[in-house]
Design a protein around this ligand. Structure first.
Ligand code: TRP
Length: 472
């Protein structure tokens, strides 16, 4: 049995795969926008604090539970903390399933904009084009949406089908360096643009007057999302780790890279926006707008981005790659559960899970006007209000439910498992050995995982229940 189970071929391979899981649409699509909405500076500072005080300790906790048991989410929690905890693992699997079902649709948009911008690169940008309209039309085109998300689903399934070493690790090793290179190139380009100073000030100069309770909670909720925590994804990746790999060191690198990339992406986007003076338009077009409406336009506008017409398709390749290294990790959470707990071979399990998730992706793909039953789907009454904030469409409801309910509750359960149920001996023996870096202090970790993290997450959960704060 243990021979059949995959393992990372090297420490670097594991770190790249886990970093690939963390870096995704959360970094490129969500973080820049919520930073914008919350007026930068102070919000970024709070977010960094959440990453360090809650994200980092939980990253270590998930990896250690996985590596200790060499099992995916459900089996790992059952074995490490007790049979009843299998439900927390199942909750995570369900969360991965739901998140994957709509994440794939946004990933599909990056394919669309890759082809679109590549077309403009070759044929020239038609001046009369309204990108708001381009976006709305493509998202309301049911056939197109189904095609794009099917293409992306097939890509995801193809990777997971080949397993941990030949699929996931290989793709992460290949794509992450490309992703870093493209981002670096864009960052240097943005430094040459006149709006960069303004962008940096917006992101890094805190003005605490702008900060309210909602912003603090939003920062915490996003810390979970961006680090792929709270649903057993890192338990699963940790289960393929070898004993000689340092969990502490790996966690620090993953968290650091994810954070740096989110900031770099934000600097790039804001620089472009400030240079073109498009602040008002961005505020109007919402989350989706920044990545898919404002940016493509700016790449092609005269004198905004040097070599913009070449960088534009490159940029959407970057978005697609970042999304793929996340979708494959999401599918792995679901698939590895089916493999480990139901004894189904990987190839068959991958196809089954991929196909089942796609049923729901169909609903998500048609959520933007493609089909009225999907677009208007809703849960009426107080249940709908509490769990879905009255949102309509599979996409809207799933996104809301995952960010506001599933990740925080799953995360809370995992901190309790790691801090209060798992014994000191177990967690200490996983975290502390000769590979552990000298800055790490086990007692401090234990304090954070037992007190700081659960209290902070409880605040989120209570806020969601009683004040209806929305993190999606
Ligand atoms: N971290 C991913 C992003 O920022 C999203 C995500 C959340 C995720 N949970 C996950 C990805 C679990 C893979 C596995 O886009």
């Amino acid at each position: 049995m243990s021979e059949q189970r995959g393992n990372w071929t090297s420490n670097a391979g594991f770190i790249l795969a886990a970093t690939g899981s963390a870096i995704g649409l959360g970094n490129l699509w969500k973080f820049p926008f919520i930073t914008w909405e919350n007026n930068g500076g102070a919000f970024v500072l709070v977010y960094l604090l959440c990453i360090a005080a809650v994200g980092l300790p939980i990253m270590m906790a998930e990896l250690l539970i996985g590596r200790r048991t060499q099992k995916s989410a459900v089996g790992a929690l059952k074995e490490a903390v007790g049979p009843a905890w299998g439900f927390v693992g199942l909750w995570g699997v369900l969360c991965g399933f739901t998140l994957l079902s709509y994440y794939t649709v946004i990933a599909g948009w990056s394919l669309f904009f890759f082809f679109k911008t590549a077309g403009w690169m070759v044929g020239g940008f038609p001046e009369s084009t309204s990108l708001g309209q381009v976006f709305t039309e493509q998202s309301a085109n049911g056939g197109l949406q189904l095609g794009l998300s099917l293409a992306f689903s097939i890509a995801t399934v193809s990777v997971v089908y080949f397993g941990v070493q030949k699929g996931i690790e290989k793709i992460a090793r290949l794509f992450l360096p490309i992703l870093f290179a493209i981002l670096l190139l864009l960052l240097f380009t943005s430094f040459a643009m006149e709006g960069s100073g303004e962008a940096m000030a917006f992101i890094f100069r805190p003005s605490f007057g702008e900060l309210d309770r909602g912003s603090i909670l939003e920062a915490l909720g996003h810390a979970f999302f961006t680090l792929s925590l709270g649903m057993g994804a890192m338990i699963t990746y940790g289960s393929y780790m070898a004993k000689h790999q340092s969990i502490v060191k790996a966690s620090a690198i993953i968290v650091l890279l994810d954070t740096v990339i989110a900031l770099v992406a934000t600097i790039i986007m804001f620089t472009v926006i400030f240079t073109a003076g498009l602040q008002d338009q961005v505020s109007d077009t919402g989350t989706v707008g920044m990545l898919f409406i404002s940016l493509p336009q700016l790449f092609f506008a005269e004198g905004v981005v040097p070599f913009g017409h070449i960088l534009a398709p490159l940029f959407y390749v970057l978005v697609a790659l970042a999304a793929l290294t996340s979708t494959m990790s999401l599918l792995e959470v679901v698939t590895s559960y089916v493999i480990d707990e139901h004894g189904i071979p990987r190839q068959k399990a991958t196809l089954m899970c991929g196909a089942t998730v796609f049923m729901f992706t169909i609903l998500a793909a048609l959520s933007f006007g493609g089909a009225s039953f999907a677009t208007n789907l809703s849960v009426p009454g107080p249940i709908g209000d509490l769990f879905f904030a009255g949102k309509t469409s599979w996409f809207g409801m799933a996104d809301h439910f995952v960010s506001n309910w599933m990740l925080p509750t799953g995360g809370l359960a995992i901190t309790i498992a790691a801090g209060w149920v798992l014994t000191r001996e177990v967690s200490e023996s996983e975290l502390v050995d000769e590979t552990t870096p000298s800055w790490f202090n086990y007692s401090a970790w234990r304090f954070f995982i037992r007190y700081v993290a659960p209290v902070a997450i409880s605040v989120i959960v209570v806020a969601v229940i009683f004040f209806g704060v929305d993190f999606s």
